[in-house]
Design a protein. Structure first.
Length: 978
């Protein structure tokens, strides 16, 4: 089966994890021991393709493109252990709590993650780097383990690692692995456990490693071991000793031979005649050790092919590597003929055969029995013909062989094709012949290239059509072909994209950061229509495969797991209120992460500290802020007097006390909190306004008293969601806000009616007033002018005339629904215009503090300035545009958005926090222009008025943002603004 050995990449992590599971139980599958099958791989395989100081190679089946084996390791064991202890094992400890472990395998590995063993000091004193190897069962015992080990040795030589020796730790239950390592030359390490083996250099400086060429790599069964190589480079090739080489088998003297299907390598170079290059793996040393010749009376079979007879001048000695030679895995190329081998008629004495040169590590083996092609001096190789020969199957080769034998293509063999006398039987009693071909090596010939016409080609065969493959890779593989398919500008943009380089952390930490970021944004009242885009931008920059869905009070986070081929879904559910100071800090943490200033792990810790931090101000101070805000907005927006503002402030103070103390402790009362507050405020306002002197205004007191629970920000968020095409979240919030507003209107109406039920005189007075206003008198007759303006002969007007009781107009004494005659003292009058220059900045400052903005912050003056500009533009627009609260609010919101986004873009501030105060200022102002909350006493009208105001604010904010970001470069991350 065709196999390719190549470098391991991070994309191979799922395959490595699967292979480790299938070989984890002393070389057999451990699937029955685990519910979490990825645990063995996360401990012994996956880290080697994700952490620094690591390397690895994999075996890939060319037919299925599946990874079937691997060899991985690290150049520095202690550095690897330190980095994994800080960045790898903690993430696994968080991801796999011990409470999830049910089966023994899961229990073992989850405990191992929490207390991972380290390499013994005796082993580290022997060598520094380490290695780990695993191969699937169908590919075992075919020589692939040795191939992987040889590939790893060559790589470590290039990295100046091999030199001092090698050690490994193995599963003591795996006796097959122990035997394999002992055959390779490993032995127990002094001062270590029995399962710790080493392969140390010989006295001459040569490590006792299996000598094999690059192309001939071999395999060992599952052994759960680690092999370590030291950091020094030998002065000569440690796998070749020219002193033990006596002679080689000559090249075949026949004109042509059948070509067997073996891999042909393009980098064969003639070896030096003096010494071998230290970068190459020469032929196997075992077959070159001089041993005693076999007795003449001993029959020789195929099992005796692992010894070589040398000339009489060579010293006969025992092979020190014989017990490690693993001769049952000998390749026919490594079997030397005896000294008295008959070379054939007409041939000279045995000539030295050139050794096989090294091959590159990435090589495709095209047959189950891999081999190599020897280098022939002066031979020219046609790559096209070589490729065609590799495509020929076994039946075609057999037909060629049959044709050659039938035609007698070898006249010098004298009719003895396929027969040869065994040299070891020269003195035996029976003159027997073996079935092997005379003096032939199995895979040296190119005769199959000269086909005798026995092969029938398909009309679409590439050898007929001449079509050559140009794109061997899958064109749909976006990751591999992305840069190749890009133009220059797109490629440059892709290579210069924002990515994390200096503060890299594990995937679990990055995912945890995204979850904490989502929770913090929701808790501190971030603009809901921007949360999802912010999380997507953060995930893209952090290179996390994630998807987010934002629903009211819930964010669904789905993270893809490349190791397991599945996904994890997290539900982040939380509620909160606007906290400008903490929200600004969250935004700074987010920007630090995406600008690669801090790691995601550190950012997660900072976000947790912000989430656990106590409120910025105590409850009493926040209640005083609520009192001040209602007292100031009463004369500013609802035409209240000096007396009205104190009553409205007292109502807001009681509201804040209940909201901060009682509601947080009683879930039952929280459901009716808004209705009860509206009833109490309306009851008190109606009672005070019933005084005969009319010194209190019901509309001003009731509207300003509940300003703290108006859903202005909620309706604004829902409008922004709908404008951003987030239909689900926006519509749900909008409906909730409207129902909430109807609750408030219902509470105000109930409070007023309840007082009138108790005060009969006031109710009778209001009923009489309403009846008098509704009384009409109808008269039928003719009308004749009698004022002398027309002559008496004019035609009289005939018809029915209706008369109503009309009150004298006093529009100049009515201000925002409150009766303010000029004859009253100053404390019963509306505030003059010049007081707005004092009240507006103070209200803006207190409103920012009520939204938990720190007093000593650079953002606070910016908030106050933008809020003052918002009120000024709103007033000017209302002076020229009558009875259109939506248009007036849009103009004010456009001013706020323009200033906030310019400040964010030019000065680097946070646009959202600087704009909130000005936007919230527009809600009560717009309601006052729409007639106030209680102007008509109808909850539907109140809801309609609030929708009109918030829609105008939404349009103004989006228009301002579009105008600001229409010029210059765009932001790289999500816009943290309205």
């Amino acid at each position: 089966m065709p196999i390719t050995i190549r470098r391991a990449t991070e994309a191979d992590a799922p395959a490595l994890s699967r292979i480790c599971l299938l070989t984890a139980q002393a070389g057999t599958s451990a699937e029955h021991l685990h519910d979490f099958g990825e645990l063995p791989g996360l401990a012994y395989a996956v880290p080697y393709v994700k952490l620094p100081t690591t390397w690895g190679f994999v075996m890939e089946d060319d037919l299925t493109k599946e990874v079937v084996g691997y060899i991985v390791g690290s150049k520095d064991t202690r550095a690897y252990e330190a980095y994994a202890a800080e960045h790898w094992w903690p993430a696994l400890v968080e991801k796999y709590p011990t409470s999830l472990a049910k089966k023994p395998g899961d229990v073992h590995y989850m405990k191992l993650f929490r207390k991972m063993h380290t390499a013994p000091e005796a082993n580290i004193a022997f060598a520094a780097a380490h290695l780990h190897i695993d191969i699937l069962e169908p590919y075992q015992r075919q020589g692939w383990g040795r191939k992987l080990i040889t590939t790893a040795i060559e790589y470590l030589k290039e990295e100046n690692i091999v030199g001092d020796g090698v050690w490994l730790g193995m599963d003591p239950r795996n006796e097959a692995a122990r035997k394999f390592y002992l055959r390779l030359g490993f032995k127990n390490i002094e001062g270590a456990d029995e399962n710790q083996l080493d392969l140390s250099p010989t006295d001459t400086g040569e490590p006792r490693l299996p000598s094999a060429p690059r192309s001939v790599l071999s395999y060992a069964p599952r052994r759960g071991s680690h092999a370590h190589f030291a950091d020094s480079r030998p002065t000569q090739n440690p796998f070749f000793n020219p002193a033990v080489l006596s002679h080689s088998t000559p090249d075949p003297q026949y004109p042509s031979e059948p070509q067997w299907q073996i891999p042909v390598y393009d980098n064969n170079q003639p070896p030096s005649t003096s010494d071998e290059s230290p970068e190459e793996f020469p032929s196997r040393r075992v077959s070159q050790i001089p041993l005693a010749p076999a007795p003449a009376d001993t029959r020789r079979g195929s099992g005796d092919s692992d010894v070589t007879q040398v000339g009489p001048n060579d010293e006969e000695k025992e092979d020190p590597y014989k017990k490690y030679s693993l001769s049952s895995y000998e390749h026919p190329y490594d079997i030397r003929p005896p000294q008295d081998a008959y070379p054939g008629p007409g041939t000279s004495a045995l000539q030295p055969r050139p050794k096989r040169s090294a091959m590159r590590r990435g090589v495709s083996f095209s047959e189950e029995q891999p081999s190599v092609r020897e280098y022939v001096p002066g031979e020219s190789i046609d790559p096209k013909s070589e490729r065609e020969s590799k495509r020929r199957g076994l039946p075609s080769n057999m037909l060629d062989l049959y044709s050659l034998n039938a035609a007698g293509s070898y006249p010098d063999r004298k009719g003895r094709i396929g027969m040869r006398r065994d040299p070891s039987e020269a003195d035996s009693e029976d003159d027997a012949f073996t079935s092997a071909r005379y003096n032939r090596r199995r895979a040296d010939s190119m005769a199959s290239m000269a086909s005798l016409g026995s092969e029938i080609l398909d009309p679409d065969d590439p050898r007929v059509t001449g079509v050559e493959a140009k794109y061997l890779e899958d064109p749909e593989d976006v990751e591999k072909n992305a840069l190749r398919q890009m133009d220059y500008r797109a490629r440059r943009k892709h290579l210069t994209r924002i990515k994390i380089e200096f503060n890299v952390t594990s995937m679990i930490n990055r995912q945890e950061f995204l979850i904490k970021l989502a929770k913090a944004l929701m808790t501190f009242g971030a603009p809901s229509h921007r949360i999802e885009s912010q999380l997507v931008a953060a995930a893209r920059i952090l290179e996390v495969e994630a998807e987010f869905i934002h629903l009211p009070s819930v964010i669904i986070c789905s993270f893809g797991d490349q190791e397991l081929g599945c996904s994890e879904t997290h539900f982040v559910k939380c509620g909160g209120r606007l906290a400008l100071g903490l929200l600004h800090k969250v935004h700074l943490v987010y920007r630090s992460v995406v600008h690669d200033e801090i790691s995601a792990k550190r950012a997660t810790t900072e976000l947790e500290d912000l989430l656990k931090s106590p409120p910025l101000y105590p409850i009493l101070f926040r209640c005083l802020l609520a009192f001040s805000l209602s007292a100031l907005i009463c004369p500013l927006a609802f035409g209240g007097s000096f007396l009205d503002m104190w009553i409205a402030g007292a109502g807001a103070f009681i509201l804040a006390v209940l909201q901060l103390n009682v509601v947080t402790k009683s879930a039952m009362y929280a459901n009716v909190f808004e209705i009860t507050i509206a009833i109490l405020v309306s009851f008190a306002a109606r009672g005070l306004s019933s005084i005969r002197s009319q010194i209190f205004c019901y509309t001003a007191i009731s509207s300003a008293g509940i300003i703290g629970i108006l859903p202005g920000y909620l309706i604004l968020s829902s409008s922004l969601e709908l404008a951003s095409k987030n239909i689900v979240c926006g519509s749900v919030k909008m409906v909730y806000a409207l129902i909430y507003t109807l609750f408030l209107g219902f509470g105000l109406q109930i409070g007023s009616d309840f007082y009138l039920l108790l005060d009969r005189q006031t109710r009778r007075h209001l009923d009489d007033l309403a009846a008098s206003l509704a009384t009409t008198v109808a008269l039928t007759g003719s009308w004749v002018a009698d004022n002398g303006t027309e002559s008496n002969d004019s035609i009289p007007l005939v018809g029915t005339w209706t008369f109503t009781h009309a009150l004298p107009p006093n529009d100049h004494d009515i201000l925002n629904g409150c009766y303010r005659p000029k004859s009253r003292p100053w404390y019963l009058q509306a505030f003059p215009f010049w007081t707005s220059f004092i009240i507006v900045p103070v209200f803006s400052t207190l409103s920012s503090l009520a939204n938990l903005q720190p007093l000593r912050s650079k953002q606070l003056p910016i908030m106050v300035i933008i809020s003052c500009c918002s009120y000024a533009s709103n007033k000017i627009a209302n002076h020229y545009i009558f009875n259109r609260s939506d248009v007036v609010s849009a103009i004010g919101a456009f001013t706020v958005g323009l200033l906030g986004n310019i400040y964010s873009r030019k000065m680097g501030g946070t646009a959202f926090t600087s704009m909130v105060t000005g936007v919230l200022f527009l809600v009560p102002s717009g309601l006052s222009q729409a007639g106030g909350i209680t102007a008509n006493g109808n909850g539907i009208d109140i809801g309609g008025a609030m929708i009109a105001v918030t829609i105008g604010i939404t349009v103004g904010l989006f228009m301002s943002q579009a105008l600001v970001y229409a010029f210059g470069s765009r932001k790289n991350a999500a816009v943290f603004s309205f």
